[in-house]
Design a protein around this ligand. Structure first.
Ligand SMILES: NC(=O)c1ccc[n+]([C@@H]2O[C@H](COP(=O)([O-])OP(=O)(O)OC[C@H]3O[C@@H](n4cnc5c(N)ncnc54)[C@H](OP(=O)(O)O)[C@@H]3O)[C@@H](O)[C@H]2O)c1
Length: 334
C-alpha cells in the first residue's frame, strides 16, 4: 500500500497543505493563533480575523517576519453582516474558493444558570454557535468549488460532559458537536468534510485567570490522567491533521484533546480513597461543613492523591455503607 502511494506521488502531498487556502476565525491569540501558524507552516495561505485591530496588525507583522503567508480582517463574528463581509473578502482574495474553514472564535463566562441575562445568553450563542453555523453556510459554495473542503469546529469537552463552565457555553458547544455530524452527512456529496476538536483546559488568555488559581489548577490536574492542562499547539496539531489529505476519510467526528480527562471516570479506587480521607477528616475533628480536604492516601500499597469534598464523601457513604468502610480499613492517610 505504502509503495503504491509512493509511486503514485500521493505520499508527499498527503502531509502538506501546499496550494490550499484557509479562513481561521479568532487567530490573534490562543488556539486560533496556533492554528494559523500550524496551517501556514504546512504551506496553506491563511486569512484570519478578530475584533481588535492593533493586535491583528501586530500578529500580521510577526507572521510576515516568519515568512508565513497570512492576511487578516477586523471582524466581530457575532454580527451577521460582519460575517458576510469577511466571506466576501476571502472570496475575492482566494478567487471564489477555499479549502479550509476553522470556526475557532469563542467566548466564555461562567455563572449559575439562573443569573444569565437574555443578552449574555444571546452573546455566547451568537459568538460560539450561530457564527460557526452561518460562516459554514456562507463558505459552503467556496468549499465546494475547491473540490476538497474541510471544516473544523473548535468545540470543547464542556459540550460532551458537564463541567461547570456555564450552561450557555456548554450548550453552544454541544450544538457545535451536533452540526459537525449533520453537515458531515449532508455535505459529503460536495466533498466537504466536517470535524470538531474538543479541548479540555488549554493555556490561553481565555482561561489563564482560572489556571492562576492554585486550587482550581490542582482540581484540573487531579481530573486529568496526563496531569496538566493542554497547550494551544497540542490542539492546533490535530486541527491541521484533520485538514490534510491524509485525513481524507475522516468526517463527522468530535475528537477530544484532553489529556485523557473525558475517559477518566471516578474509579472505585478513588471512591474508596475519598472515603478513607473523609473518615480520617472526621476522626481529626473535621466536620461536614468543611468544603474540601486534600490528602495522599496509601491504599492497599498504592499511593493515591484525592481531594475529598463533602458531597463526594456523602455519596460514598450513601452508596457504599459498611462494606466500603471495612474495605478501606487498610488505607493510610498522610
Ligand atoms: N482555552 C481553553 O481551555 C479552551 C477549552 C475548550 C475550548 N476552547 C475553545 O477554543 C476556542 C479558542 O479559545 P481560546 O482559549 O484560544 O480563546 P482566547 O485566547 O480568548 O482567543 C480567542 C480569539 O478569538 C478572538 N475572538 C473572540 N471573540 C471574537 C469575535 N466575536 N469575533 C472575532 N474574533 C473573536 C479573539 O480576539 P479578539 O478578542 O480581539 O476578538 C482571539 O483572537 C474557543 O472557541 C473556545 O471556546 C478553549
Amino acid at each position: 500500500m505504502a509503495a503504491k502511494l509512493e509511486s503514485s506521488g500521493r505520499n508527499a502531498n498527503r502531509w502538506s497543505l501546499s496550494g490550499m487556502n484557509a479562513l481561521v476565525t479568532g487567530g490573534t491569540r490562543g488556539i486560533g493563533h496556533a492554528v494559523v501558524e500550524e496551517l501556514a507552516g504546512l504551506g496553506a495561505v491563511v486569512h484570519t480575523c478578530s475584533r481588535t485591530e492593533t493586535e491583528l496588525n501586530k500578529c500580521l507583522l510577526e507572521w510576515e517576519a516568519k515568512g508565513l503567508r497570512v492576511s487578516g480582517s477586523v471582524c466581530d463574528v457575532s454580527f451577521r453582516h460582519q460575517r458576510e463581509k469577511v466571506i466576501e473578502v476571502v472570496s475575492a482574495l482566494f478567487n471564489g474558493k477555499i479549502n479550509i474553514l476553522v470556526n475557532n472564535a469563542g467566548i466564555s463566562f461562567r455563572k449559575p444558570t439562573v443569573e444569565y441575562t437574555a443578552e449574555e445568553f444571546s452573546t455566547i450563542m451568537s459568538t460560539n454557535f450561530e457564527s460557526a453555523y452561518h460562516l459554514s453556510q456562507l463558505a459552503h459554495p467556496l468549499l465546494k468549488t475547491s473540490g476538497a473542503g474541510s471544516i473544523v469546529f473548535i468545540s470543547s469537552v464542556a459540550g460532551v460532559v458537564s463541567l461547570g463552565t456555564g450552561s450557555p457555553y456548554a450548550a453552544s458547544k454541544a450544538a457545535i458537536n451536533q452540526i459537525t455530524k449533520n453537515l458531515a452527512c449532508e455535505w459529503a456529496k460536495d466533498n466537504i468534510r466536517t470535524n470538531a476538536v474538543a479541548p479540555w483546559y488549554t493555556r490561553t488568555t481565555l482561561v489563564d485567570h482560572l489556571l492562576a488559581d492554585k486550587s482550581f489548577l490542582d482540581e484540573i490536574i487531579s481530573r486529568t490522567p496526563l496531569r496538566r492542562p493542554g497547550e494551544a499547539e497540542e490542539v492546533s496539531s490535530l486541527v491541521a491533521f484533520l485538514c490534510l489529505p491524509a485525513a481524507s476519510y475522516i468526517t463527522g467526528q468530535v475528537i477530544c484533546v484532553d489529556g485523557g480527562m473525558s475517559v477518566n471516570v471516578l474509579s472505585i479506587k478513588r471512591v474508596l480513597a475519598l472515603n478513607a480521607v473523609f473518615c480520617w477528616h472526621l476522626g481529626r475533628g473535621g466536620n461536614w461543613n468543611e468544603k474540601r480536604s486534600r490528602r495522599r492516601v496509601l491504599l492497599r500499597g498504592e499511593r493515591v492523591e484525592v481531594i475529598a469534598t463533602q458531597m463526594a464523601a456523602a455519596a460514598v457513604i450513601a452508596c457504599g455503607g459498611q462494606a466500603i468502610i471495612s474495605w478501606t480499613a487498610p488505607c493510610r492517610v498522610n
